[in-house]
Design a binder for this molecule. Structure first.
Ligand SMILES: [Zn+2]
Length: 307
């Protein structure tokens, strides 16, 4: 009996030890700095400054399309990195100095969409001559909307899209985001059951999920989605998502991010206009749910409403 009791006590002790370790691990991971905070260590860095952190910066710029894989393998602050930083600075309306200044740090630290700004060398955030295409020429203002490579879009006859969730989490907020696009475009949307076939599939995912876009815990990358007619939209499950009309300063407004991601699902890329829904970053506590002229013109252009 005594031996049995000893094993029982040992077992209970081990369980408590395990709970203690798990709790400690959770606490320490909560205190991890946001994923893009490494950039603050590089303040004032420029060509010639080679350190370990420079490698992190290269990985960041590769992630969003500013460097290719071969250019991002070492920790050298080389010509390729300087050029990539200048391009980044131009896209975000920062003086293109190639130096990691305060404005660059502030922008690179901001939570953002996981979709790249540059794909296969095409910088989608810079204005391009759109007149060479047989499209309406009624756009006189400088537009910054952009599309994915090859301008994929939903077929002309398909103006009603169905969507489904993998769980009911935040379904009403995402539904409101769809309504924003419904008001200003030719699209209409309806939700179908979680197990039914749908054009658009919305999931909250944690960590790396094998399709080239790692989620990274709170802040950093918030969500990403795929060009037509793929239909996948993934939110980072680890964010401090807010459903409030006015989120707290440390929370991410879910509806705002959903409106942005739906723009990708319809075929829009990123815009360099800060007010536009399709601008790549959003601050914590920020609300941005109203489509702007740039977003609306982008859809009108892509789907050629005149025809
Ligand atoms: Zn995006």
């Amino acid at each position: 009996m005594a031996i049995k009791r000893f094993y029982l006590i040992l077992f209970v002790f081990l369980i408590f030890l395990l709970i203690g370790i798990t709790a400690k691990r959770n606490t320490s991971s909560d205190k991890n700095p946001p994923p893009f905070d490494f950039i603050t260590k590089l303040k004032g860095y420029q060509k010639g400054n080679n350190t370990k952190e420079v490698h992190d910066l290269k990985a960041y710029l590769e992630r969003f399309g500013y460097l290719n894989k071969n250019e991002a393998t070492n920790g050298d602050f080389d010509d390729a990195l300087e050029s990539a930083i200048k391009t980044y600075q131009k896209n975000f309306h920062i003086k293109p100095s190639g130096v990691i200044d305060d404005d660059t740090i502030s922008k690179m630290r901001a939570p953002r969409c996981g979709v790249a700004d540059i794909v296969n060398g095409t910088n989608y955030m810079q204005p391009r001559n759109k007149n060479h295409l047989p499209r309406p020429t009624s756009i006189h203002t400088v537009s910054h909307f952009s599309f994915f490579r090859g301008e994929p879009r939903w077929p002309p006859a398909k103006n009603h899209l169905t969507y489904r969730f993998s769980s009911d989490f935040a379904a009403d907020l995402v539904a409101r985001a769809f309504q924003r696009w419904e008001s200003d475009t030719h699209f209409s949307f309806s939700r179908v059951g979680n197990n039914q076939e749908a054009d658009i599939v919305i999931e909250f995912k944690q960590g790396y999920h094998g399709d080239g876009s790692p989620f990274d815990g709170p802040y950093g990358i918030l969500a990403h989605s795929f060009a037509p007619t793929d239909g996948r939209l993934h939110f980072d499950a680890d964010e401090n998502w807010s459903a409030a009309d006015i989120p707290s300063a440390d929370a991410i407004h879910l509806e705002s991010v959903a409106v942005h991601e739906i723009g990708h699902l319809l075929g829009l890329g990123h815009s360099a206009i800060e007010e536009a829904i399709m601008y790549p970053t959003i601050g914590s506590g920020e609300v941005k749910t109203n489509l702007q002229e740039d977003d609306i013109q982008g859809i009108a252009y892509l789907y050629n409403y005149q025809n």
